[in-house]
Design a protein around this ligand. Structure first.
Ligand code: ADP
Ligand code: ASP
Ligand code: MG
Length: 608
């Protein structure tokens, strides 16, 4: 791997230093030293910094002391100050050490965003001012996490917590930098969070697709939107430690096609529509709700060499669950035989089979924080009278199982709506492994809407309501089983909601419950149940496709630890399970262990 020291003498490098790395005057001076070394090696350097460690949390707490519901605009006004402190201090440190430097806020650079306070996306970056300073041999120190809305208002905006990574990668893309280096408090990207699993191993490389999943599923080391920009603009991205000179982790992207820098983070929110036909669906209804059941089912499938694609376990009423999954049509009779043989051991579960199923998926990190996109997909399909049989979503992907006969129509509608050409997004050229890493997200809550009338368009209505309130949902699952209430066929729909970024508590979750409760009369569903103490644990790896038994290994490991699964949702390169929050860390540890991801070495994280 190329390193700073060997870089081309006229390389332009964007370096980003996170909160811990600039956590004290002492640390800021160390950062200045490193920047100066990079300059002395013959490079031009733009530095992006975060607020000093815990500064942003401190500001959030202050706001909370004033009010529980601060306005988003004033939150931006407040939070943007954190980064302004650091740019000034680092610039002073550079100047004091004899290095010409200038600090610039996001607004001064011209990091133009939309006017969506606390979660703004970057629309474009003006590079002329930075370029001018670079030409004068100055180091440019830019405030991360913030921008300014365009035109008349010049509103200060922020990009969402953790957003400095996104500022750095976007700047690297706009400046066509040779590298973007993210300096943080760990030596790179690990198989999982080394604070929770001390023998997690450093990855020397990871594909952008895998990193995107891990980041959006809770691996805080990179902001998912930063990974998306790196992937879209093929920015060479490295994650390294501020404390050492080790090479760190390279995030590999393959340039799909050159893209315009206009509307940087906006166009397009969805960047791929993928589909597979030739699938079949098997559902096991009324399986007992206790640890080990999913493991038992998918172990039996794996033993027969049956590769399972989508797996969904929906919410349970009382003490039984439904588990549905898709397999290739050619595997159907074997999979059905396995399921039927198992059924008597599973409390007499009912086996339902449906063939000629297609799966369509829409993906793109532009969907993060854009709940309207999933709602749009459901609406588009409902408008075309296409019934959705299974829904599986993550923050960056929505997959729907539909009848194969509807597939061509669905694709045409979606491609036209999102203005994309159908393409299988190529992955980085890394050897694939079934499981590259494990992520834990403890900041979610689960909402279940019971007894939703089973007609096309209901999912669209529910998620449009939430989207109107800007409530982002993911991991939507729809139960297999239908129930007849007063002659109306109904299903349950459950999903997870991220906790609000503005305040501390799960505001989005309680707001979702409020909104849905209010619409109950109109939409005709039953109770809306909220569970705020869940955790989501996920495995990610691009080699999962075509390797039977990966999901079952995860389920079994969790079962052996006595951990019950509330929801299971999968996509091509990930499997996610929702468990009780107090079992989250234990779940992470046992799953990491089950895939032998640990090693001899342990890492000590500064400040932990
Ligand atoms: P910064 O302030 O530098 O942006 P963050 O705290 O945002 O740093 O991100 C770094 C932290 O991410 C690490 O200290 C670690 O606890 C956490 N983390 C979570 N998952 C991973 C992972 N897979 N690899 C490395 N770090 C991870
Ligand atoms: N200071 C901001 C935060 O704490 C942005 C960042 O550090 O990336 O979320
Ligand atoms: Mg961060």
């Amino acid at each position: 791997m190329q390193q700073v020291e060997e870089a081309n003498p006229v390389a332009l490098i964007v370096q980003k230093y996170g909160g811990t790395s600039v956590g004290s005057a002492e640390r800021i001076k160390k950062v200045a030293d490193r920047v100066i070394q990079t300059v002395r090696a013959g490079n031009s350097v733009v530095v992006v910094v975060s607020a000093m460690a815990k500064a942003t949390d401190g500001l959030v707490a202050l706001a909370q002391d004033i009010t529980n519901e601060p306005s988003r605009r004033e939150m931006d006004m407040l939070l943007a100050t954190g980064e302004q402190v650091t740019i000034a201090l680092l610039s002073m440190a550079l100047q004091a050490a004899g290095q010409a430097a200038i600090s610039l806020t996001g607004g001064q650079v011209g990091i133009i965003t939309e006017k969506e306070h606390t979660r703004a996306r970057i629309v474009g970056i003006k590079t002329d001012r930075i370029q001018r300073h670079l030409n004068q041999q100055e180091v440019v120190v830019v405030a991360g996490f913030q921008g300014i809305s365009s035109a008349d208002d010049l509103e200060i905006t922020t990009l969402g917590r953790g957003g400095s990574d996104t500022s750095a990668v976007a700047l690297a893309a706009a400046l066509k930098a040779d590298f973007c280096e993210i300096y943080t408090d760990v030596p790179g990207v690990y198989t999982t969070d080394p604070r929770l699993v001390p023998n997690a191993q450093l990855l020397t490389e990871i594909t952008a697709d895998e990193m995107l999943e891990l980041a959006s599923l809770g691996a805080k080391v990179l902001h998912p939107r930063a990974v998306e920009i790196a992937r879209n603009y093929a920015v060479p991205l490295v994650v390294r430690s501020s404390w050492t000179h080790d090479p760190g982790t390279m995030v590999r992207s393959q340039n799909i096609m050159p893209r315009s820098l206009a509307n940087l983070e906006l166009a397009p929110a969805v960047d791929a529509v993928e589909f597979t036909t030739n699938e079949a669906k098997i559902a096991l209804l009324h399986v007992p709700d206790r640890p080990g059941i999913a493991g038992q089912i998918f172990r039996a499938m794996a033993r027969e060499g049956i590769d399972v694609d989508l797996i969904l376990q929906s919410i349970h009423d009382g003490n039984s669950n439904d588990i549905a999954f898709t397999v290739n049509q050619s595997m159907l009779s074997r999979a059905q035989a396995v399921a039927e043989a198992l059924a008597p051991q599973l409390g007499g579960a009912e086996v339902i089979v449906e063939d000629h199923i297609a799966k369509i998926s829409i993906s793109g990190a532009g969907m993060i924080g854009r709940p309207a996109i999933a709602a749009e997909i459901f609406e588009l399909l409902a408008a075309a009278s296409i019934n959705i049989q299974l829904i599986s979503t993550s923050e960056i992907k929505v997959s729907c199982a539909i009848a194969a006969k509807d597939c061509d129509r669905a694709i045409a509608i979606l491609c036209q709506h999102f203005a994309i050409n159908i393409s299988a997004a190529p992955d980085g050229n890394l050897p694939t492994v079934p499981v590259r890493g494990v992520a834990l997200d403890m900041k979610q809550a689960r909402v279940a809407v019971l007894n939703v009338p089973d007609r096309p368009g209901m999912a669209a209505k529910i998620f449009t309501l939430l989207a109107q309130r800007n409530i982002s949902v993911d991991t939507i699952v729809q139960s297999q089983r239908t129930r007849s209430i007063n002659g109306i066929v109904t299903r349950d729909i459950a999903f997870t909601v991220a906790q609000s970024e503005v305040g501390k508590g799960p505001r989005d979750a309680s707001e979702a419950q409020k909104v849905l409760d209010a619409a109950r009369g109109d939409l005709g569903y039953g109770e809306v149940v909220l569970n705020e103490s869940i955790a989501k644990i996920s495995i990610v790896g691009s080699g999962m496709v075509g390797t039977p038994g990966i999901a079952s290994r995860m389920f079994q490991a969790l079962a052996e630890a006595g951990i019950n699964l509330h929801i299971i949702a999968t996509s091509e390169i990930r499997v996610s399970c929702v468990v009780d929050r107090d079992q989250g860390v234990n779940a992470l540890q046992v799953v990491h262990q089950a895939f032998n991801l640990g090693g001899e070495q342990t890492v000590t994280v500064p400040g932990s």
